[in-house]
Design a protein around this ligand. Structure first.
Ligand code: IMP
Ligand code: MG
Length: 195
């Protein structure tokens, strides 16, 4: 590993750096979102649709602060392309189990970056005839390109830096961090192997 990093063409490993959103800030904002959803959906049973894998931790915490009989379903999508950039070409890797017809659906996303994934998913879910469809995104990139009206519930607006933690990954790692951190290049340490 360390030796690969010394090769000219190898990309440096990305590791978690400074905290952008602390665990305390996350808990406070998630509680506010839960209270909003509880009030907005009073008397109804919304169906939370989580987008795997990134939304699993947010959806888990969010659901515990929604005081309504919610139901859960999950879908997994994979976007073709580089690990830190969405291509907008989305493939459904795991589809929903439940029928959305007539349901009040809340699509729970980890982050709206370009918004390409969200636009694709909204179109896909609308075609299944839900009674309503709203979006709850933990993080929204300041320079996203989706219609602002689409973002009904959002946690934090964040700048362009790539982030990990609280469900979000870089190359499948760091999802278990309790806070959101900006990734940075790992220090290039020369590894001397014992012979
Ligand atoms: P979009 O289609 O450009 O909006 O990309 C959305 C998806 O890209 C998210 O659901 C994430 O899986 C991934 N993504 C975008 N930015 C980040 C980031 O900063 N950290 C981790 N994943 C990200
Ligand atoms: Mg991802």
């Amino acid at each position: 590993m360390g030796q690969d990093q010394l090769e000219g063409d190898a990309e440096p490993e990305l590791v978690p750096g400074r905290i952008l959103v602390s665990a305390e800030q996350l808990a406070e904002r998630v509680a506010q979102l839960g209270a909003e959803i509880t009030a907005d959906y009073s008397g109804r049973s919304p169906l939370l649709v989580g987008v795997l894998k990134g939304a699993f931790m947010f959806m888990s915490d969010l659901s515990r602060v929604i005081d309504l009989p919610v139901e859960f379903d999950f879908m997994a999508v994979s976007s073709y392309g580089h690990s830190t950039r969405s291509s907008g070409v989305v493939r459904i890797v795991k589809d929903l189990d439940l029928d959305l017809a007539g349901r009040d659906v809340i699509l729970v996303e980890d982050i709206v970056d370009s918004g390409l994934t969200l636009n694709y998913l909204r179109r896909n879910l609308f075609s299944r005839n839900p009674a309503s469809l709203e979006v709850c995104a933990l993080l929204v990139r300041e320079d996203h390109s989706v219609d602002e009206d689409i973002l009904r519930y959002e946690g934090f607006r964040i700048p362009a830096d790539f982030v990990v933690g609280y469900g979000l990954d870089v190359d499948q790692r760091y999802r278990n961090l309790p806070d959101i951190r900006v990734v940075e290049a790992a220090p290039q340490v020369k590894v001397v192997e014992a012979s």
